[in-house]
Design a protein around this ligand. Sequence first.
Ligand SMILES: [Zn+2]
Ligand SMILES: [Zn+2]
Length: 148
Amino acid sequence: MAASQTPTPADELRGAGLRVTAARVALLEIVRAGDHLGVDAIASGVRDRIGHISLQAVYDALHALTAAGLLRRIEPAGGQPRFERRVGDNHHHIVCRSCGAVADVDCAVGEAPCLTASDDRGFLIDEAEVIYWGLCPDCSTARSSWAP
Ligand SMILES: [Zn+2]
Ligand SMILES: [Zn+2]
């Protein structure tokens, strides 16, 4: 994938060996424009563009695009899965405990897995998945203003 030129969603689908459908194109565009969207937000965005589509069809398309490496799925504990277009760089996420906002955190050092296990137990590690938890700036401001 050339860095200088952004391929269209249809190009990306073809490149991944997937059939190009209006729903998949809309889905890729919505996830790209959004910020770690959940399935409900993605489904309503797709419906705005192409009309009715079942939630199951949205799940199926998300699954196909994730399996093809066009989307990345992140699943904070206790939350809905989120989807994003930033794939392949093993970046991490920070999640707000209060409102569920998600932000990207670049690898602290080096390339994937970018975190070295103190003991790999003989496994060949190629990825580390880290979720940082805390309060986003909005929520931490709100919380400090509640303080007595
Ligand atoms: Zn928050
Ligand atoms: Zn991300």
